[in-house]
Design a protein around this ligand. Structure first.
Ligand SMILES: *Cc1c(COP(=O)(O)O)cnc(C)c1O
Length: 444
């Protein structure tokens, strides 16, 4: 059960835009009352994008080239950011569009001690038709609300966050993602932190929501080109130019997420503790960790991406596109994951352009099952998917001393290739689709 009811996609408009904290869902109310000692929830100001003030930068910066060292460093953000403060007494203050730059918080701030932080990651795409698009942004905003609830950060109407993100994209998009860069993107990072300076372990009584846009290299491209930095000079990196990701299964003493935990939420607390395993994987010549769970070695996710396999079923001989289920809440519900499932159900369940039909299945599956399928020639392909790495074919899985060479059809598996093309077409406006949300850019 979700802690708060989530506005279903594309029905964002059914959420009253004037929603106050108290008119949000039953669950939301209980959630707030249970933890609010003063009962001040009644007259709280809702997050309201229409109240946004604007202060434009007086020192606009130069836009780096797409694959420059500056872009690869992932430190450059666009000229502006949007912030909105919340306090338990007042609710949400008017959002502010202002020059990108540092903010100050107290050393005792909740986020710095108790990891009261959640975030989103999505991209702004420059289409081949010259227009700017976001991909299924309502899903990111709904998920942000769910993540915030998990770490006692304040509730908000996801439609208002959507408007703030769109306003920032409209403001900085024309300059930072110019029309001649069709087929490229910027990375958007909505974030919320607990800024309350009280050091006691308690629900933050102050929070800050903000949105920034960063220049990011295209990692789905750089995977096929020379060694990632961590591999340079590594003796065992001889396969580094081969296409496809090389995954190393997590060891038994390192678990990303567990039932009752917070693996389903995009909270910072999920990522810091994964960096040791990630660093070790890189040092050993692998690209990402394949996160397993339990004594049975259930396969969950790869790095910060969802993970899919295509297996031929033993009895029926039919193909299945399989990914781990959401019920146990140890998987992050990726927007890309949902989109892959929906497209596959719509377009791959009957034979298509010479591609064999697959059954689309969300279920638990184990490493043992993958090893057996591989031995019997029934492991057809695997791919990871998420906003950052897009759809990334898998070439190898290393599990407890053994390598599983995952079949590839050239530089990708057949299913990863076709699904990636479909998504790409929607993101960059080659196919008009309800998932592609056009942003009208401001040119002044
Ligand atoms: C963000 C993330 C994903 C991918 O989600 P998308 O919405 O597709 O970008 C998958 N797994 C984890 C752990 C993540 O943090």
């Amino acid at each position: 059960m979700a802690p708060v009811a989530i506005t279903p996609e594309s029905s964002g408009t059914t959420t009253p835009s004037t929603a106050t904290a108290s008119s949000l869902t039953q669950a939301g109310i209980k959630h707030m009352q249970a933890n609010s000692n003063t009962g001040e929830t009644a007259n709280l100001a809702p997050l309201d994008a229409s109240k946004m003030t604007t202060e434009l930068t007086k020192s606009p910066r130069a836009v780096p080239e797409p694959m420059s060292d500056e872009t690869k460093a992932q430190k450059t953000c666009t000229d502006h950011m949007v912030t909105a403060k919340w306090t338990v007494e007042q609710g949400w203050e008017a959002p502010e569009m202002k020059p990108y730059g540092p903010f100050s918080i107290m050393p005792s701030a909740s986020v710095l001690h108790y990891a009261t932080e959640c975030f989103e990651g999505l991209k702004l795409y420059r289409g081949f038709d010259g227009r700017l698009r976001l991909f299924r942004i309502s899903r990111n905003c709904a998920r942000m609300r769910k993540s915030a609830a998990r770490i006692a950060l304040p509730d908000f109407d996801p439609k208002e966050l959507e408007k703030l993100v769109i306003a920032l994209c409209a403001r900085d998009g024309a300059k930072w993602l110019p029309k001649e860069r069709a087929g490229s993107f910027l990375y958007i990072r909505p974030t919320m932190i607990g800024t309350d300076s009280a050091l006691g372990v308690q629900r933050p009584r102050e929070a800050l929501l903000y949105v920034i846009i960063a220049c990011f290299p295209d990692m789905s491209q750089s995977l096929a080109t020379p060694a990632p930095p961590a591999l340079n000079g590594e003796p065992n990196g001889e396969k580094q130019h081969a296409p496809g990701l090389r995954l190393v299964a997590s060891s038994e003493d390192t678990i990303r997420a567990w039932p009752g935990g917070f693996g389903y939420a995009k909270v910072g607390a999920n990522y810091g503790p994964s960096l040791v395993a990630q660093g070790e994987a890189r040092a050993r010549g692998f690209d990402q960790v394949l996160w397993l769970f339990g004594d049975e070695s259930y396969v969950t996710e790869a790095g910060a991406s969802n993970f899919f396999v295509v297996l031929r079923e033993k009895e029926s001989g039919k193909l299945q596109l399989i990914t781990a289920p959401l019920e146990e809440r140890i998987i992050l519900e990726g927007v890309t994951r949902a989109s892959v499932l929906e497209l596959a159900k719509e377009r791959l369940t009957s034979a298509h352009d010479g591609i064999e039909a697959v059954e689309v299945v969300e279920r638990r599956y184990t490493m043992t099952e993958l090893i057996e399928a591989h031995k019997e020639g029934r492991f057809i392909e695997a791919f990871a998917c998420g906003t950052a790495f897009f759809v990334a074919p898998i070439a190898l899985i290393h599990f407890r001393g053994k390598n599983i060479e995952v079949p590839m059809d050239g530089d990708s598996g057949v299913y990863a290739r076709v699904i990636k093309q479909w998504l790409f077409s929607i993101m960059y406006g080659k196919q008009s689709h309800e998932w592609g949300v056009v942003v009208e850019e401001q040119t002044e």
